[in-house]
Design a protein around this ligand. Structure first.
Ligand SMILES: Cc1ncc(COP(=O)(O)O)c(C=O)c1O
Length: 477
């Protein structure tokens, strides 16, 4: 076989870059001169490579302007339904999570398995104005001024919201992070050493399982009820058996169950953990999404010792893509800052400034007006999907009834494999989150979590009908 010439090698490299969408249709390719400089090849060799691609119709030349990627070469990488079915066949926790997040990005799939709220629910134009204004006003020193614990005005606005909720948190106790995921990870790091035991919910948000795995911790899964949350008796028993260092739980609108702890259980859980000197990491990202007129009360409200690590973010209630969260870390604030300085350094400065601007200029009620509308829409959408599920799914299927958030938890019955439903639904353009994602074992294999935040209309109604038919088939065997 003849060796490939240099221009053919270059042409092949460029072709690969176009196929993998490094360069999109209409993009101008690097100039001949720049390519010579970068590759060390002669102008003649580079020109030959470009001409070869031009003769293949991959790129076009425009006089006086350069070479551009031709429109016809754009072949977006799409999974056919069969490919998806195959890709999802060996579902383990991580594969399923990755597939579901990916499927959520495919506009052709109805993303009922996604954890993200419907992106159209948020005040995008208003946030864009805050971002533009923040960037305009940003001083050259702001990168340094906003190092951990983070932007002062933003921390003060968050502290004011705690105060409005009757919770005393000083701005200095708050550390701004890249989403709640970072605040939860840092909190876990600050209160544990690898090999320690951590009490978690069962089922639990998959981020918990991943964080525990990453930090090489051992988990004790505490039974968590679909209405009342973590079982205090079971927690107490676990504390007698295992040397548990920390407990990670959600007091409001738990993911995936949607449950909230009743007030008496909140007090009891805090008491049990304090009595055993176990650190409490409270994941409270859905707290603003309550349906009734009553605000949610976090465990942090009874934290007289400043020991609870209360983690939250704007990802679910205001600005999903901004990746801004925080931890009200009490006595741990200083140590959290040090860990952050050693890992991600700080949350992105322009988005911190933008949220500070939004919360301050919206102080006259703009944020609360947005939240009220968001809650109303989420409640209506949940109601509509829940009714459709009750109407269309086989009667053996039970469905949760959360008082906030945007998840429904379905128990399909012991003989139904939700991982199969997940695979078959994805092949028909609907994603769901199978129960296997929320546990390190197969305990919830017969359960599903559905995201109810999307507008209720023909599209979502059809997705629910598809699921109902699939589940009915699976039940029949
Ligand atoms: C329970 C729970 N905690 C934490 C997070 C992560 O929040 P963030 O997007 O702010 O990192 C999520 C996101 O899905 C979640 O559902």
């Amino acid at each position: 076989m003849m060796a490939e010439s240099r221009y053919e090698t270059l042409a092949r490299t460029l072709r690969r870059q176009i196929d993998t969408q490094v360069w999109l249709p209409g993009d101008r390719l690097p100039s001949l001169r720049d390519t010579c400089k970068q590759s060390g090849l002669s102008l003649m060799t580079v020109l030959q490579a470009y001409q070869l691609l031009e003769s293949q119709g991959v790129i076009v030349s425009r006089p006086q302007s350069g070479y551009y990627v031709a429109a016809a070469t754009h072949r977006p990488v799409r999974h056919s339904p069969d490919e998806r079915l195959h890709a999802a066949e060996q579902v383990d926790v991580n594969d399923a999570i990755f597939d579901i997040l990916k499927a959520g990005q495919d506009p052709a799939v109805v993303p009922l398995g996604s954890a993200f709220p419907d992106p159209t629910l948020f005040p995008q134009p208003r946030l864009a104005r805050s971002l533009a204004s923040a960037v305009r006003r940003m001083s050259p020193h702001s990168a340094i001024a906003n190092l951990p614990p983070g932007n002062e005005e933003l921390r003060r606005s968050i502290a004011q919201r705690y105060a409005q909720n009757g919770i005393e948190v000083a701005p200095d106790e708050i550390v701004i992070t890249s989403g709640a995921m970072e605040s939860l990870g840092l909190s876990l790091q600050v209160v544990t050493e690898p090999g320690d035991w951590v009490a978690i919910e069962s089922p639990a948000f998959y981020g918990v399982l991943q964080a525990i795995e990453r930090r090489k911790l051992k988990a004790v899964a505490i039974p968590t009820d679909v209405r009342y949350g973590m079982d205090p008796d079971a927690l107490e028993k676990a504390l007698e058996i295992y040397p548990i260092k920390a407990c990670w739980l959600m007091s409001n609108f738990q993911n995936p169950l949607g449950c909230s702890l009743p007030p008496e259980n909140k007090a009891r859980l805090v008491g049990i953990l304090q009595a055993h000197s176990v650190a409490l990491i409270e994941d409270d990202v859905y707290s603003e999404l309550y349906f009734g007129s009553e605000r949610t009360v976090p465990l942090k409200a009874s934290d007289y010792r400043r020991e609870i690590l209360h983690c939250s973010s704007f990802s679910k209630c205001l600005a999903p893509g901004f990746r801004v969260g925080w931890v009200a870390a009490g006595a741990y604030a200083e140590r959290i800052q040090r860990l952050q300085l050693m890992s991600t350094l700080s949350a992105s400065v322009p988005v911190q400034l933008a949220l500070a601007d939004y919360l301050q200029s919206a102080q006259q009620g703009g944020y609360d007006t947005h939240l009220r509308r968001l809650r109303r829409q989420l409640e209506q959408r949940q109601l509509a999907m829940r009714h459709a599920i009750i109407r269309e799914f086989p009667p053996q299927v039970s469905v949760s009834q959360p008082a906030g958030g945007y998840f429904l938890w379905l128990d399909l019955g012991d003989n139904v494999d939700a991982a199969r439903v997940y695979q078959r639904a994805l092949a028909q353009g609907v994603s769901v989150a199978p129960g296997t994602m929320f546990s390190a074992d197969e305990r919830f294999r017969h359960c599903l979590r559905l995201n109810t935040s999307f507008e209720w209309g023909p599209h979502t109604a059809r997705a629910v009908s598809i699921l109902a038919a699939l589940v009915a088939e699976e039940i029949k065997g």
